[in-house]
Design a protein around this ligand. Structure first.
Ligand code: GAL
Length: 965
């Protein structure tokens, strides 16, 4: 056998004795499958080897050749581990969170060199997990062909059966299979696996995520006859109304036949049987197209027979689609498709990359409910069950090869570049991506990888991919070889320039592209943002601006938001609500909380940005024409009709229902309808239409009662955008005279109210340098002034002013802070935007209304604590104190407030949400204005100018009334 290092450090060595890749389908004896059943769950011809294994972990490579793989080796002193698992999540070794710095000494293709002494890999040079497991061969499997399947193992492994070497594999995210027939014996058998955290393949797996190792997808042994279906490639043609099966057989197929059966949704089953040397093709009377909106699937069964004897049965589900790139548009099923996509890493807060089916179902339900229609498998082929769910539920998949060399090759031609030594690994990763997943109709685009630079590896890789499947290719680091043009994190203004043919293509940090990389611009291809709207912490600002821009320009085909889920890990025994990020395990090097940049936390609790995205991506839009007194609705569906949906309407006046009712709505795809306002508009007061569309044909997976769309349509002038507030329509100056006074006495007030100009630093503030630009700025260094006046019967007024100093051109907020002692506040009520947190550039999902809340419920527990909890466009605010008194607040302008059960100082110092325990005190900040949260990226782009507080002077008035019990 080859010495271990010559396997691990040879880039051309991608595996030994591995079977060629094939589309996912287990052999089965089951002839029928229930409609919703996952095909990956069929298990009557396989022995699942998940569960308990004997386990021994070492921080680096153990001594080779010590006989640990022999059946008789004594493993009684070993631990036990439950597979699938990432070893670090089971308590073995240190998880390292690195964005792109290779966590080992970087010297390709070597991984065993000595790194700096403070790096985790100085000690854990190449963590190795040895796993052993016994199994009993089912008696009826005697004489059959036996295949050992590993769904995913990071980063490389060797496997032995009964001491016999069965093979070696790299490429962590694709299945590896070995024919072990010759090693298995009747009765008891032993499998031994040795898993290495780093190998030369790790140079192509430099993705921004936790560096974990393990056997983290299914392990299975399955049996086939000696003649079997080695691979089936389905080709469903909508134009010809046919399904064809291109089959690779194993064994001697002389005299065998193959049956192909296709089940249609309406016309029953259609089948053909042909000799095994012919390609079976079934013709159908009619076909319905598959889309994310209407995921119509056609169950397919393939049976290999000798006479009437069934040798092999495989089940698939296919679907019909058409696609074409024409006039810089992506026409999918004949319609220009724009991807409302999201990037999704595979992550479970306790299990790392070892996902559960329930976890995947939660993700797909939540993703669909947020009105996404597409998902990028960033940055590697996913768990096979995920593709089945995408077929069944309907999500367009941008399916990505497991290739990233960011630390060496971002926007560069280094590795793999033009170096043929790396080509076998690149091609293997592309081939395994495509051959395993190409039968999934949900796969709509392929990606050659992420941030791996450009070079011949990709020119040739794209050719290889095209020889395997016709679907279009995307690859942002070398658009020249792709069918789409793409770029990460372009701000909306850049999209505008791009659409006009004037944009300069650059890397995320301004890297100037090579002509060979992207070809000459402007290109004639449709454009997608493979990543955009970086949702890190308090973010997802200016999301409507993205979609307004995209919808203006036919060449813009949407994008994939970064990203679905944060990667916080919950260590064993952690405090509830604690999520570890880079550095929390003592991991070096690390990138801190940069892995916490999702719309949902690692436990899938939504961050506030999720509601914004759901709102902006809604399938139905509405307007109210005051002059014509008509409401209109437009469906944004491309394929699905809305039939007889119930539209609940409420006419709100000053936050109360003036009238309400319901009507039925039907809309063909893309169609609009309009109707007379169903109630007269009151003569005075501030009015909004609130529309809720309930789907009469809600799919089974949708949370019951969740509307198809919710709309807020102002009856008056639509709100203007920007950081400065509009006039408060409900404001009446209090009557009576006011005179100069000192700061008011309020129940529980801990210190005199004070002007605040800053806010707790958000991830985006830090990323764009706002915190450094404004560091150390205190109100007393600026020209600020706070004057109090007292009126009659508990009325008082605060007058605030701010005059920018030359060194103080920008502030985070202009507000007034109150601190209240323990137990002093009982409830808060307001008329403004809610119920969720909102900011001037992220407020689409926060409708104007009257809301009541417990005072401790308004803060948001961002994984890394930062500014949070604001409610904006407030007309009236009332605080009820524990002693029964009430404080009301109004202002001539709409204002914002933030109420948190801890101080800003505590917020600034806490590194994790779990450290921010309410201490009974409250901080209330009334904002005249606060800058937006931003959302283009978290490493350079500032909040858009119109949402920044760049003012030479500001003044504000707040009127208070303290009302006795
Ligand atoms: C991209 C990269 C992602 C992730 C993201 C920032 O450049 O492709 O993997 O690092 O930036 O969170």
């Amino acid at each position: 056998m080859l010495p271990l290092l010559s396997l691990l450090e040879d880039p051309t060595m991608v595996g030994m004795y591995k079977l060629p890749p094939r589309s996912t389908a287990w052999p089965t004896r089951q002839l029928e499958v229930a409609p919703g059943q996952l095909l990956f769950d069929l298990d009557d011809c396989r022995l699942k080897l998940n569960g308990f294994w004997k386990f021994r972990w070492t921080p680096t490579l153990p001594e080779d050749g010590d006989g640990f793989a022999a059946a008789e080796f004594d493993d009684s002193g070993w631990d036990e581990i439950v597979l699938p698992a990432n070893f670090e999540c089971a308590g073995y070794g240190t998880p390292i969170y690195s964005n792109y710095t290779y966590p080992f000494h970087c010297d390709p293709p070597h991984v065993m060199g000595e790194p700096p002494a403070d790096w985790t890999t100085f000690v854990e040079r190449n963590p190795t997990g040895r796993c052993r497991r016994r199994f009993t061969l089912p008696a009826e499997w005697g004489g059959k062909r036996l295949v050992l399947y590993f769904g995913a193992v990071q980063s490389a492994f060797r496997v032995w059966v009964n001491g016999g070497f069965a093979g070696y594999s790299e490429n962590s995210m694709s299945p590896a299979e070995f024919d072990v027939t010759g090693f298995v014996r009747p009765g008891e058998n032993l499998i031994a696996v040795e898993v290495y955290k780093y190998c030369s393949g790790s140079y192509l797996e430099d993705q921004d995520f936790w560096r974990l190792s393990g056997i983290f997808r299914d392990v299975t042994l399955y049996a086939t006859e000696r003649e079997y279906l080695a691979d089936v490639r389905l080709a469903a043609s909508a134009a010809a109304k046919t399904v064809r099966a291109e089959i690779v057989y194993g064994g001697d197929t002389a005299g065998l036949t193959v049956e192909l059966r296709v089940r249609t949704p309406r016309d029953g089953d259609f089948a053909v049987t042909v000799p095994a040397d012919e390609i079976p093709e079934v013709a159908l009377p009619a076909v319905e197209l598959w889309s994310a909106e209407l995921p119509v699937l056609y169950p397919v069964r393939v049976i290999l027979k000798r006479g009437e004897t069934v040798l092999d049965v495989r089940h698939y589900r296919t679907g019909f689609t058409t696609f074409e790139i024409r006039d810089r548009q992506f026409l999918f099923n004949g319609k220009p498709l724009r991807f409302h996509g999201v990037n999704r890493h595979e992550h479970d807060p306790r299990r790392g990359r070892a996902l559960t089916l329930d976890g995947m179902k939660t993700d797909i339900r939540m993703i669909k409910e947020a009105n996404f229609d597409a998902v990028r498998s960033s940055h590697y082929p996913n768990d096979p069950r995920w593709y089945e769910l995408c077929d069944l539920y309907g999500l367009y998949v941008l399916d990505e090869a497991n290739i990233e060399s960011h630390g060496l090759s971002y926007h560069a031609c280094v590795l793999p570049g033009d170096d043929p030594a790396w080509f076998p690994s690149v091609f293997d990763r592309i081939e395994r991506l495509v051959k395993v997943n190409r039968n999934h109709v949900s796969v709509t685009l392929w990606s050659l990888g992420n941030e791996a630079g450009y070079g011949d590896a990709f020119t040739e890789g794209a050719k290889l991919l095209r020889s395997l499947d016709p679907r279009p290719i995307q690859y942002a680091d070398m658009n020249a070889v792709a069918d789409f043009d793409s770029q990460t994190y372009p701000p909306p203004a850049w999209l505008e320039e791009y659409a006009g043919g004037n944009a300069e293509r650059k890397g995320e940090h301004g890297e100037i592209p090579h002509l060979r990389q992207h070809g000459a611009g402007p290109s004639s291809k449709p454009f997608i943002m493979n990543e955009y709207a970086h949702a890190m912490g308090n973010s997802t600002g200016n999301f409507p601006e993205y979609w307004e821009t995209i919808e203006k320009h036919p060449c813009l085909a949407g994008g994939f938001l970064w990203e679905w889920c944060e990667h916080g890990l919950i260590p064993a025994g952690a405090e509830p609500g604690f999520f570890a990020y880079g550095g929390d395990f003592g991991d070096v090097p690390n990138n801190g909380n940069f892995c916490c940049d999702g719309l949902v936390r690692a436990d899938r609790i939504p961050n506030p940005g999720l509601a914004e995205v759901r709102q902006v991506q809604q399938p139905v839009r509405g307007t109210f024409d005051r002059a014509a007194n008509r409401l209109s609705l437009t469906s944004r569906f491309l394929f699905r009709s809305i039939r007889g949906a119930e539209l609940l309407w409420v006419l709100l006046r000053n936050g109360g229902a003036a009238a309400s009712g319901s009507l039925r709505v039907s809309l063909a795809p893309g169609e609009s309808c309009s109707f007379d306002a169903p109630a007269p508009i009151p003569a005075d007061g501030e009015c909004f239409w609130r529309l809720t569309l309930l789907d009469s044909n809600a799919p089974h997976w949708r949370t019951p009662g969740l509307p198809l769309a919710e709309l807020e349509l102002p009856v008056g002038e639509p709100e203007k955008r920007g950081v400065l507030p509009g006039a408060n329509p409900l404001y009446h100056a209090p009557s009576g005279a006011f005179h100069a006074a000192s700061a008011p006495e309020l129940p529980g007030l801990l210190e005199p109210p004070a002007i605040v100009l800053d806010r707790a630093v958000t991830d985006n503030d830090r990323g764009c340098g706002f915190d450094r630009r404004t560091a150390g700025r205190r109100p007393e260094d600026c020209a600020v002034r706070l004057d109090w006046e007292a009126g009659a019967a508990g009325a008082f007024r605060a007058r605030l002013s701010f005059l920018a100093q030359p060194d103080c051109p920008e502030i985070a907020r202009f507000g007034l802070r109150f601190r209240f002692g323990s137990g002093s506040l009982a409830e808060v009520e307001y008329y403004g935007r809610g119920p969720g947190e909102n900011y001037c550039d992220r407020r689409s999902a926060a409708f104007v209304g009257r809301y009541a809340a417990a005072p401790e419920s308004l803060a948001t527990a961002y994984t890394r604590p930062q500014e949070n909890g604001r409610r904006g466009d407030v007309r009236e605010l009332a605080i009820r104190f524990a002693d029964g008194r009430r404080l009301t607040v109004v202002s001539p302008e709409l204002f914002g407030f933030t109420l948190r059960p801890y101080s800003s100082a505590a917020l600034e110092t806490a590194a994790h949400a779990a450290e921010l325990l309410p201490d009974g005190t409250f901080e209330l900040i009334l904002d005249y204005a606060q800058r937006g949260v931003g959302g283009d990226d978290s490493w350079g782009c500032d909040v858009h100018t119109e949402y920044r507080l760049l003012c030479s002077e500001l003044s504000a008035v707040f009127d208070f009334q303290l009302i006795p019990e």
